[in-house]
Design a protein around this ligand. Structure first.
Ligand SMILES: NC(=O)c1ccc[n+]([C@@H]2O[C@H](COP(=O)([O-])OP(=O)(O)OC[C@H]3O[C@@H](n4cnc5c(N)ncnc54)[C@H](O)[C@@H]3O)[C@@H](O)[C@H]2O)c1
Length: 334
């Protein structure tokens, strides 16, 4: 598994022989996190039910993969026992699908997070890191988004992520389990799924454009996002996990700190491919989508010493290269 980042250089021996659990570790972000932890000498267990379509074969061989759900409390407890750190990445991730299936999203994302916290508490885990989401901010026009702003979830997905943050804070205050919620902003990179109707925008555009098709934009394309390469979010998780003081349920933005419109993204990807003829097709705006998103990173900087390590352009280049090779491998295997 290749990464743009030399994890040893950044995190030294902080994770040597540490026993860790990554829930959702066969997924996009979780698999990058599991690989970095493995590279850093950690003893990594992944629990994933593969509902997101991830391939555990993509994980390093030494990672212990367990197929199962975070809602299976006895199995989850078994996976958590003896672990020092838990990186909770497992969730259902699509905003539009959460509007169709709110109950399922609540069960997996909110109740599932409660199950992870309860197992961690019983197992005496040192800290739980939670994959929270910038969708918690909703559509307030104020930019950048700062953690002190009120939450305003606009979809069941966002509501489950806010519920998760509240549970993490409550466990830190009342149940003697240290926790931290990292609010991710539009993460992209190699292995992000492009194979479902709800694919994140970069994955969806890459899949369409590499097959010579025009990308579809929902809305006018002026909506903007703080697109963040996956290594940045892995770095933030590692900083949070090795932080010497308790984090007490803190909620912290993790992003790149820049804003790119979806129109601009489509243009940059077309230029990368030298296919400027692949202009976007515009479709109706989707319910629950927010207009603009940009993170304030002051708290991440002051609390964790976080700053992005891979910028948007380098991240997009690595991502496009990966999708191109993945498509070529797929075509050859047919
Ligand atoms: N990708 C983003 O831009 C983004 C932004 C904000 C927050 N997040 C959060 O980051 C985390 C990882 O997201 P991702 O983009 O890697 O998505 P992903 O779908 O690739 O990964 C999620 C993984 O969780 C697994 N999973 C789902 N339900 C499960 C269950 N009941 N038990 C065990 N495993 C289960 C899936 O099989 C999948 O492998 C999620 O919690 C997501 O909500 C992602």
């Amino acid at each position: 598994m290749s990464s743009l980042t030399d994890w040893r250089k950044l995190h030294g021996g902080n994770f040597d022989r540490q026993a860790v659990l990554v829930t959702g570790g066969a997924g996009f972000i979780g698999s990058h996190l599991a690989a970095a932890l493995h590279e850093l000498g950690a003893d990594v267990t992944v629990l994933d039910d593969l509902s997101g379509g991830g391939d555990p074969a993509a994980l390093p061989k030494a990672v212990h993969f367990v197929k199962g759900s975070i809602l299976d409390q006895p199995l989850l407890q078994k996976c958590t026992e003896g672990r020092r750190l838990v990186f909770h990445q497992a969730a259902l991730g699509s905003v539009p699908r959460s509007i169709e299936q709110p109950r399922l999203y609540h069960d997996v994302n909110a109740v599932g997070t409660l199950c992870v916290l309860e197992s961690a508490r019983l197992a005496g885990v040192r800290r739980v890191m939670f994959a929270a989401s910038s969708s918690a901010y909703g559509d307030s026009p104020t930019l950048p988004k700062i953690e002190t702003m009120p939450t305003s979830p606009r979809s069941p997905y966002a509501a489950t992520k806010v519920a998760g943050e509240a549970l993490l804070a409550a466990y830190a205050v009342s149940l003697n389990l240290d926790t931290v919620s990292l609010r991710y902003f539009n993460i992209f990179g190699p292995r992000q799924s492009a194979d479902n109707a709800y694919a994140a925008v970069i994955a969806a555009f890459a899949k369409a454009m590499l097959s010579g098709k025009r990308p579809t934009i929902f809305g006018d394309g002026q909506q903007s996002r703080d697109f963040t390469y996956v290594d940045n979010v892995v770095h933030a998780n590692l900083l949070a996990a090795s932080h010497p003081q308790p984090l007490g349920g803190a909620i912290i933005n993790i992003a790149c700190g820049g804003r790119i419109s979806v129109n601009q993204l489509a243009r940059e990807m077309a230029q990368w491919l030298r296919r400027t003829d692949l202009t976007p097709i515009y479709a109706a705006e989707r319910a629950g989508d927010v207009k603009h998103s940009l993170a304030d990173l002051s708290l991440a900087q002051s609390t964790l010493g976080y700053a992005p390590i891979v910028d948007f352009v380098s991240g997009l280049d690595a991502t496009m290269q990966w999708y191109r090779s993945a498509l070529a491998a797929h075509t050859q295997s047919k």
